[in-house]
Design a protein around this ligand. Structure first.
Ligand code: SDX
Length: 421
């Protein structure tokens, strides 16, 4: 590469699959120039062996296994083990892992007091940010990130406690008492009971809903270096404890351009209301002067169908049939998808439904309010964040993340006392 009168050479590195990278770590030292890539559209921030995405082909692999096969044949606990350890577990390994996770589902009783400090109408994601960040005040015996045993325990604690924290956020918002974990249930069944069970009567987990929600958790488990995962890695690169890092990831996920899109997508579908209103909203999405976007459509990486959306759409039908739901919003979603996919604007810009387009339809049918949708996304993504955090901490080459900038402010100038301005 020639910059000015200086010729510099930079190595090309190849992964196992996917685009090669130009190793520019010496660029600034050799040329005095930075690269410029706001939004990191062309930047690889790390090496990772967890998840591979081919956006053009609509491929998503976790440790090499296609998401469609994992969603169909695996369980969230099994996928969690796979992401953390690199291989699918044996039957004994899965039983032992699930048992370990089930032994961390309870929260320190003092933590339950945190909820009472929030207004009842607080957004559950605000509660998640607060309570998850506060975990580091309770579990000092697993915050030494240099100690692999501390990292293992804190990883298990985060995966295990997220459902309890999330369910308690819902209970607090509806004024019902917290329901403690029942470790005789599956990970997802336990969450359903803590969310929808009440002390006044027994709660029967619906196996179709349990399976559908477990599949939704699988679809949200990890997704390469997305915004919230990059936030967790950046927070972790300073040596912050894992609980603080995951709280940072939750805050980032909340944005409507990211994990908040599932809540925004269902609100949009409800606002559209009937199929005859769809053309008006498609026109708005195409209008450069209108900030409105079709929520649940488009993706930084997928320029083809998001393979998770395909599984989601199939799962909607299963849940609707099982619960005998007849919500017109699904019909609106199907027709909106059909019309958008045949519209030149969406075709030219390669905008397809993403994981968030259908998830809200299912979660609403199960009984979750829209404000809980991103909470469920955070619950599931915790295993991905934790696995990525562990991978970063274990990387011998990792250092604190510290990007530079293109400075566009004023050059140096002398201070002017206020009576001279
Ligand atoms: C998630 O990164 C991940 O992996 C995230 C995620 C994960 O699992 O972690 O997959 C989860 O966040 C899914 C995305 C959920 N967000 C939404 O559904 C919100 C709606 N979508 C968009 O805001 C947008 O598509 C993004 C944010 C998802 C992607 O934005 P990019 O890659 O920065 O693309 P862009 O904004 O530059 O858009 C390219 C063009 C633009 O038009 P031009 O300026 O080139 O004329 O496409 C247009 C955009 O205006 N466009 C849309 C659109 N999305 C992009 N136009 C209408 N409706 C949309 N939804």
């Amino acid at each position: 590469m020639k910059i000015g009168d200086k010729e510099s050479n930079y190595a090309i590195r190849s992964g196992t699959i996917g685009p090669d990278v130009i190793d520019i770590r010496k660029l600034y030292a050799e040329t005095g120039c930075f690269t410029y890539d706001p939004g990191f559209t062309s930047t690889a921030s790390c090496d990772s062996a967890l998840t591979y995405i081919d956006g053009d082909e609509g491929v998503l692999l976790h440790r090499g296994y296609p998401i469609g096969e994992l969603a169909e044949d695996s369980s969230f606990m099994e996928v969690s083990y796979l992401l953390l350890n690199g291989e699918l577990p044996s039957k004994d390994e899965l039983e032992s892992f699930s048992y370990t996770i089930s032994r961390h589902t309870m929260l320190h009783e003092q933590l339950m007091q945190f909820y009472r400090g929030f207004r009842r109408d607080a957004h559950p994601m605000a509660i998640m940010c607060g309570v998850v960040g506060a975990l580091s005040a309770f579990y000092h015996d697993s915050t030494d990130i240099a100690d692999p045993e501390h990292r293992r325990i804190s990883s298990h604690r985060l995966i295990a406690k997220m459902p309890t924290i999330a369910a308690a956020a819902y209970k607090y918002s509806v004024g019902q008492p917290f329901v403690y974990p029942d470790n005789s249930l599956s990970y997802t069944g336990n969450f359903l009971r803590m969310t929808f069970g009440v002390p006044a009567e027994p709660y029967e987990v619906n196996p179709v809903v349990e399976r559908a929600l477990d599949r939704i958790f699988i679809l949200h488990a990890d997704h390469e270096q997305n915004a919230s995962t990059s936030t967790v890695r950046l927070a972790g690169s300073s040596g912050a404890n894992p609980f603080a890092c995951i709280a940072a990831g939750i805050a980032c996920l909340w944005g409507p351009a990211h994990g908040g899109a599932n809540e925004a997508a269902l609100n949009m579908l409800r606002e559209i209301g009937t199929p005859d209103k769809i053309p008006e909203y498609i026109a708005r999405a195409k209008d450069k002067n209108d900030p409105f976007r079709l929520m649940g459509f488009g993706h930084r990486v997928y320029k083809n169908y998001d393979p998770r959306a395909t599984v989601m759409q199939k799962t909607v039908r299963e849940v609707f049939d099982a619960l005998k739901v007849n919500d017109p919003v699904f019909e609106v979603a199907l027709q909106l998808e059909e019309m958008a996919l045949n519209d030149p604007y969406f075709i030219e810009k390669k905008l397809f439904p993403n994981v968030d387009f259908y998830s809200g339809v299912i979660l609403s049918a199960i009984g979750f309010p829209t404000t809980m949708f991103t909470v469920l996304f955070a619950l599931a993504r915790t295993v991905g964040w934790v696995a990525q955090w562990n991978e970063m901490i274990s990387d011998p080459g990792q250092k604190i993340g510290r990007p530079r900038q293109l400075y566009t402010g004023p050059t140096q100038r002398p201070y002017v006392p206020v009576d001279k301005r």
